[in-house]
Design a protein. Structure first.
Length: 168
């Protein structure tokens, strides 16, 4: 397995994996499948071209195929630059239980530390036991639950908010 910092050259492969993730698990992502389909490849390329100190997306590759992804977006406001949001975490079903998620998080945490990010925040669907267990094993702790955070086909989705202090 290889973890890579994605750039604009990965836009097509990343967008295909992202569309798959959102279609397979609409309850796990704020973006709807229709919104993701409408996102132009140029927009994806720009996102992947951001300076690593501001935002980065990692990809996990098995046998040359991208099978997992994780994004980190640093807070824009000067007073909150010590924090970042982990977003878009996904591991394809055929690659699960092979350490892909853990490898993505280890790389993301290291990269966040390297650019001075001291806190990583994320949100996870409260009944996603596998993801929650991974996040807890990586050191994330819960700090709250938002009921009815968003809705999928009219059904409310509750999210748990977690934080990891990355400073040593």
């Amino acid at each position: 397995m290889r973890i890579r910092h994605l750039d604009a050259s990965h836009a097509s492969a990343w967008h295909a994996l992202r569309k798959r993730a959102v279609a397979e698990h609409p309850e796990a992502f704020l973006t709807s499948p229709a919104e993701e389909e409408r996102t132009p490849l140029e927009t994806v390329s720009r996102r992947l071209g951001s300076p690593a100190s501001e935002a980065f997306v990692l990809g996990a590759f098995l046998e040359g195929a991208m099978v997992g992804t994780l994004g980190v977006l640093r807070e824009a406001h000067e007073k909150a630059r010590h924090k970042a949001l982990v977003w878009g975490v996904y591991v394809a079903p055929e690659a699960r239980r092979r350490g892909v998620g853990r490898a993505l998080f280890e790389a993301a945490i290291g990269r966040a530390r390297d650019v001075g990010i001291e806190r990583l925040n994320l949100a996870v669907k409260v009944d996603n036991a596998a993801a929650r267990a991974l996040y807890q094993s990586m050191g994330f702790v819960s700090w709250g639950i938002e009921r009815d955070s968003f809705r999928v086909d009219g059904r409310p989705i509750d999210e748990e908010y977690m934080v990891l202090v990355t400073s040593r």
